[in-house]
Structures are given as C-alpha cells and as structure tokens.
Design a protein around this ligand. Sequence first.
Ligand SMILES: Cc1cc2nc3c(=O)[nH]c(=O)nc-3n(C[C@H](O)[C@H](O)[C@H](O)COP(=O)(O)OP(=O)(O)OC[C@H]3O[C@@H](n4cnc5c(N)ncnc54)[C@H](O)[C@@H]3O)c2cc1C
Length: 682
Amino acid sequence: MSNTNGNGTIKGITPRIGFYICHCGHNIAAMVDVEKVQKFVASLPGVVVSRDYKYMCSDPGQELVQKDIKELKLNRIVVASCSPLLHEHTFRRAVEKAGLNPFFFHMVNIRENVSWVTDNREQATAKANALARAAIQRVFFHKSLETKKVPINPDVLIVGGGIAGIHAALTIANAGKHVYLVEREPTIGGHMAMFDKTFPTLDCAACILTPKMSSVKNHPNITLWTYSEVEKVEGFVGNYKVNIKRKPRYVIEELCVGCMDCIDACIYKEAKYPDEFNQGLSKRKPIYIPFPQATPQVVLFDPETCIDFKSHRCKKTCIEACDRKAIDLKQVPEYKEINVGTVILATGFKTYDAEKSPQYGYKKFPNVFTSLEIERIVNASGPTNGEVLTKEGNIPKSVGIIHCVGSRDEKAHKWCSRVCCMYSLKLAHLIKEHTGAEVYNFYIDMRTPGKGYEEFYDKLMNEGVHFVRGRVAEVTDWALIPEEEHKLTIRVEDTLIGVVRRIPVDMVVLAVGMEPREDAQDIRRMFNISCSTEGFFLERHPKLAPVSTFTDGIFIAGGCQGPRDIPDSVAQAGAAAAEALSLISAGSIELEPNTASIIESFCSGCKSCIPLCPYSAISFNEGTKKAVINEALCKGCGTCVAACPSGSIIQNLFEDEQIFSEIDGLLKFAGIELEEMEVVNA
Ligand SMILES: Cc1cc2nc3c(=O)[nH]c(=O)nc-3n(C[C@H](O)[C@H](O)[C@H](O)COP(=O)(O)OP(=O)(O)OC[C@H]3O[C@@H](n4cnc5c(N)ncnc54)[C@H](O)[C@@H]3O)c2cc1C
C-alpha cells in the first residue's frame, strides 16, 4: 500500500518527518547498528532528517528534535528508543514545546522489543529497520488531538479502617481535605487493635493506635462510617459517585455514649456467644462493644443472637436501662450517596485458615492455637486477662511455635508472609515473659529484614529461646514415653544436625500467614482494579507506581496489596495519601486522547460493545438507540473497536489507516504488499 499520493502528500499535507534513533548508551547500540538504521530511514519518502544520538531522552537529545522542528519545519516526529511507558511523555512534551501538536509524535521501542531480546546483531538491525519504517508510514496518518481536563473533586473515600486506612485518613484530613472513612466492622483498628505489643520495639499496640483512632473519630475533616460497606461505585478519576450501606446497629449512634448500662441490663446475665474480637476464645452478650477502646464507643445489637429479634419475647430490659433513649430496635439500613475524586483501598488481609493444614492438629488438639489467638491471650484486655494457660488451666512448661503455616508451602501459598518470623519472635518473648516456659521456634529460614529486626532476633537468642531449623512434619498426641503423656509432640527434621526430632510440648502456636480477604475479588470488580495471581490488589508498577492501580484515582495501601508489617503499611498509606493529595492540589487531570468514539450514523444499537468494556465506559442512549462512550472512563484498550460488528467505533491514535499503514511498513520487509484498502473515514 502506498501511504502518500503520487506527489508525497496526504490529504493535502506534505509530511516532513524527523527520525531519531537513540543509542541508549550500549543498551541499543551494542545490538542494533544504529547508523545503518538511521541511513535506511533517511531514504524513506517523507523523511526530511534522520539522526542517531547517544541519549535521546537527555536535554541535548530533546533540544535536537526541537531545533529541527523549528528550522526544518518538521510536522511529524518518530523516535526509536526505549519503551513508550518510560519516555513517550518526555518526547511529547518536547515536541509540544517546539510548537507541534504532541500527537504528531510516535515512539518505536527498539530496546525492550529488539536489542534486549536477541543476541543476533544482524537480525536486530533488520527488525529495527522494519519497525522504524512501519512507524514512518504510520505517523503520516497521525492527527492533531487535544487532551481534555476534568476537575478533581477534593473529597476522598478510604475503604478500610485498619492502621493503613487510619493513617491515610489522618494525613489527608490534616492537609485540610475531607475524608469519608468506611469500615465494615463496628469499630476501626483492624488487626493492630488485637495485638498487645508490636515488634521489634515491643511497644504497646493500644498506646500507639488508640490516640490515632480517637483522632479519626474527632477530626472535623473526617466522616467516619463504621459497620458500613461500599455497595456501588460509578464514575471516573476526579468524579466518583459511591453508594454506601450503613448496617443497623439498633442503637442511635449520636445518642449512645457507650455507658454499657444496656449490656448490664440484658436478660442474658451471662455472655453466651463467641466473641469475634477475641477469636471466639471468650463470650459476649447479644448487645456488646467489641473491645474497650473500640471506636466509636457505641454498642451494637447482634440480631442473630438477640432474643427480641428471634422470638419478640424479650422483656426489653435494655431499652428501659438506656436513659438516653438510644436504642431503636426498628432501625433499618441507611443508604448514603457521596461524590469523591479519589479512593484509597485499605481493606487489609486475613490470616490463613490453619484447619487447611490438618497435620498441625488445629481444632483437633485443644492446645494448638493460631498466632492471632495467642495475640489475644497474651493481651491484658484479652479473654484470659493476659494469662497464658493450657486448655486444662495449667501454665505451659514448653511451647512450640511453628513458622510458615500456610506460607512458603506448595500445598497452601507459595509466598512468604513477611511478618510471621518477626511476630513469632515477639510471641516467643511474650510467652516466655508470661510463663517462663521453654519456647521452641520451628523455622525454615529466619527472615528479619527491617530496622532493628535482626537485633530483635539476637535478643531472643540471648533470652534462651530455642530455634530448630526444619519444616515441621506433624503435631501428634502420641506418647512414646511416660513423660510425653498429656503433651503434644512436634516431629521435625532438624536440618542443621540432620536428624528427625520429636519434641514434646504443652502448647503449640501456629504462625499463620497472610492471605487476601474472601471478598478481594468483589472489591476488585467494584473499583475496576486488578488482582495479582495471589489475589492481592495489584499495583500499577511495583517500583514506579507502588500504590497506584490501573484505574486512575484509585490507590491501595497496606495488607490488601500483599503481606506487610505495620511500618510498611503506614509508609504505603502515607504514599497513597500523597498521591491523592497531589491529584487534588492539581485541581484537574488531563485525560489521554487515545479514547474510542462512536460514529453514530453507523451504530446499529446492537449493544455488543457494552458488556465487553472492562472500564464500564459504554452505555446505551435509549433516546437515540445508540451506544455512547464516556471519554473520561475510556482507557483506549480497543476492545470495543475490535468487537463492533458494524465498524462504527474508532479510536484516536489507533485508526484503521494508521494501523494498516504500520502493518504495511512491516510487511514490506517480508516482500508482502498490503492491498490498497478502503479506510473508514470519520
Ligand atoms: C498474628 C499477627 C501479628 C502481627 N504482629 C505485628 C507486629 O507486631 N508488628 C507489625 O509491624 N506487624 C504485625 N503484624 C502485621 C499487621 O497486622 C499488618 O501489617 C497490619 O495490620 C496491616 O494493616 P492494614 O490496615 O493494611 O490491614 P488490617 O489490619 O487488616 O485492616 C483492614 C481493615 O479494613 C476493614 N475492611 C476489610 N474489608 C472491608 C470492606 N470491604 N469495607 C470496609 N472495610 C473493610 C477491616 O475490617 C479492617 O478493619 C502482625 C500480623 C499478624 C497476622
């Protein structure tokens, strides 16, 4: 196919193309004969200037292009260098500064796509020639495009009130912006609220967390909605409309002061139901406050266990006991609709279900506990007021902590949960402090990378905690000798001395790993983001955009993105808050113009494009019976363009004539001529 008419013009414009090939130090030049490519491109029709340069992205490289645009009156630019992901914007900006519409620029990736993926210089040079020619033919058909600006609503939604959500909320609120913090549970705090001490400093978790929790509650810029969930999200960066369901507590939040008179007055004199916050190790009443520092300090009714909800035959003594008339058993869910510009997801993680590894005897042997249960047991406000006892009520003389339960295990999760070694050391210290027991840590490898972490490990060794290297095979209650009776036996191959050992203990602690929450996929779908293969939320780039997602304006922080400890969760929450604030202070965001649009006169209204759009950018206009694309939501993936049976969708920068000329340029190298084609002319 010829891409110009006989006199080298296209649609009345004579292309004057500048071509620049970058050496990228040795990255490209070592494998591609850049001089040869430069000379080859110089001979192509429409090319006015062809140059090679060591670093095109450098200031002198960009100035070279700008000078040529001005002096040689170039109207199309092609740069062959690295990935457009890295420098497309750099060159577009340079071209724009020289007075040319930035979309008359095209970039060819001859580094990742050529020089880095072969060791054959001849073939690499031939491929670079082919790609360069394709780009030259394509850029002929580029059009002048304009970017659009959309305003950013300064309000921010944060989903999840663990330490990550709390920190992000306070950072943004302190910067003077309004935050809606939505937490599913009746209180904020997340996992950290369950811990007694935190590694490696052994500082009291409540002492650090509680002031932050109450700052959230009292901050004038934070609207805190606990016991609430996001139900629907619509819109796009800067302009999200979010529907939130507030579940009924059966208590009027504004009136309740958390005096707990209603709890005392409940006709159940004894607590009967498993207390979720204490991991089911203690009981609660149908009316309860999850824990003493719960925020907000507002009681809630559990309709599953409250007699009045079940049989309507309760004397309702709780209602009489409440002076403030705060109890409302007829409360129904409340629905809120808010508009926000950005969202931070901080929905955290869940711990591995130890029953899935039956060899460790969880739920089979009463003295096998998970780490989260022990966190509650060692806690002074926990189910045993901090006393570590076996189920028989004895102080354990020996305790085994099994690392990597559900982590680094082909049968469970392959990943390392990053925190288990450190929290196992912490629990070893606390158990020893509370009981004086001999504590054995069974580990595969000790992983202690972090400030003060290795020192903490040293401290534990000096405290006389035992370390046995090897994956535990099983926990049994078989007694081979009388001393082992009433004990649990941990069987492990000690890989440091090469023998199988059987160690009898009174109590076993399973260091369960971190995994994605059950509803991570639902949240992913609702917010239109992606999950990694493990099921954690996926960041846009692990190094360059670690808290951004593939949906603009939606950020992630903390355990929802992968296993991490509190310092890392807080650092990430600060980063997510900074990203949200930078969008807010910009006031508006520029949208890439590579979006799709409908040629209304061609659209048959078949609706086939609507469910295919991964960004929910297409809707149907019932009046005109045509599909409509919301440019602000469209990410230019091209799915609808390819799927439209009537060819009525076109996409800027990917129009048929641009793509076919590019293909034609490539095929010419194989000696194939693409037939003259009819292009859809918008
Ligand atoms: C046993 C154990 C001990 C540990 N000890 C330490 C330690 O000593 N030091 C340390 O640095 N790290 C420790 N960690 C790691 C620490 O728990 C995490 O780093 C931290 O909790 C991560 O905080 P987060 O806010 O991301 O998640 P989370 O603490 O899980 O909080 C997430 C919050 O989001 C809420 N949520 C979830 N889904 C939704 C939804 N759809 N809508 C609304 N809200 C939602 C949850 O209810 C929760 O409140 C330990 C971990 C474990 C398992």
